[in-house]
Design a protein around this ligand. Structure first.
Ligand code: NDP
Length: 275
């Protein structure tokens, strides 16, 4: 499976490189993405630098900045900035994400863009759920009529994923920390997506024979990256790897959203109308 994931990653990268080159010609400059740290968080530095590197390999200029909500408002108004990613503490996420211009929202997290997702209208989508959908394409897993169970209901992963799976005609159930017993739900899933942030939460006994299990979790245990699913699950289901699974696609999805926003901008469309 890792080889298929790599192949798809390379195809996506190639497509995005080509697209940003064409968009750059139409814009008369490189696309520009700002990664704005609203609060100091040394743990996000590695992530921010990796986004910068990835952007530059695709022909996108990524500026790493520190600032406050006034700076964010200024970036929203600046015609030379095409996309904005914010970094802040979890408890401030809802407040700050509401301040991003929907036209520059490459993470698909503003109230307007999340609303568009619920309404089935086009727009940028949160990157990790998009990455899950990409893995399902790699696996050639037809969703129509399937029972999908998502473990985790965060605003950036579990909740938006519900609507992406519903749009593909899956039947969707969501579990969370108060779901008891968890295995009653997970064992019914044809597709189980786990985004709980709990290392090896899902054991083989909790999974249906022959299911597809997408492990979104990224946890560091004894210095090693570990998923939310016990690797023994591989004995009875098709399990995506960690690392080298969903995380392979997540940063690329940010740039795919940026390309979509730029196309909309060049066509004179705003997020406020869909024609
Ligand atoms: P959050 O902590 O925001 O959400 C975790 C969710 O899991 C919550 O809904 C929580 O329930 C639920 N949960 C926690 N413990 C249990 C449990 N024992 N049983 C059932 N449900 C449980 O995490 P995120 O959504 O931000 O991230 C989830 C995981 O995905 C993390 O490991 C993160 O590192 C990883 N991640 C990976 C990415 C990738 O590209 N691969 C990108 C983004 C995140 P409740 O709501 O009740 O608290």
């Amino acid at each position: 499976m890792k080889a298929l994931i790599k192949k798809r990653r390379n195809e996506l990268k190639e497509g995005l490189r080509e697209e940003f080159s064409q968009l750059g010609n139409r814009l008369g400059r490189e696309a520009v993405l700002v990664s704005l740290a609203l609060e100091a968080d040394p743990s996000s530095e590695v992530y921010r630098n990796s986004i910068k590197k990835k952007g530059e390999s695709l022909g996108v200029r990524v500026k790493l900045m520190e600032g406050n909500r006034e700076d964010l408002r200024r970036l929203n108004r600046d015609p030379g900035i095409d996309g904005i990613i914010i970094h802040c503490r979890r408890e401030n996420f809802l407040e700050y994400s509401s301040l991003i211009s929907p036209e520059k929202d490459v993470e698909g997290i503003t109230p307007l863009n999340l609303g568009r997702l619920v309404r089935g209208e086009d727009g940028p989508r949160p990157a990790t759920p998009l990455a899950v959908m990409e893995i399902l394409k790699v696996l050639n897993f037809p969703l129509e009529g399937k029972m999908a169970v998502i473990v985790g209901r965060s605003i950036i992963v579990g909740k938006p994923l519900i609507f992406l799976l519903l749009a593909e005609n899956a039947t969707v159930a969501t579990a969370h920390s108060r779901t008891k017993p968890l295995e009653r739900l997970t064992s019914q899933a044809d597709l189980l997506v786990v985004a709980a942030g709990r290392p090896h939460l899902i054991k083989p006994s909790m999974v249906k024979e022959g299911a597809v299990v997408v492990d979104v979790g990224i946890n560091v245990v004894d210095g090693k990256i570990t998923g939310d699913v016990d690797p023994q699950v591989k004995e009875k289901a098709l399990l995506t790897p960690v690392p080298g699974g969903v995380g392979t696609f997540t940063p690329l999805m940010l740039f795919s959203n940026l390309a979509l926003l730029l196309r909309r901008k060049l066509e004179g469309k705003t997020s406020h109308n869909s024609d």
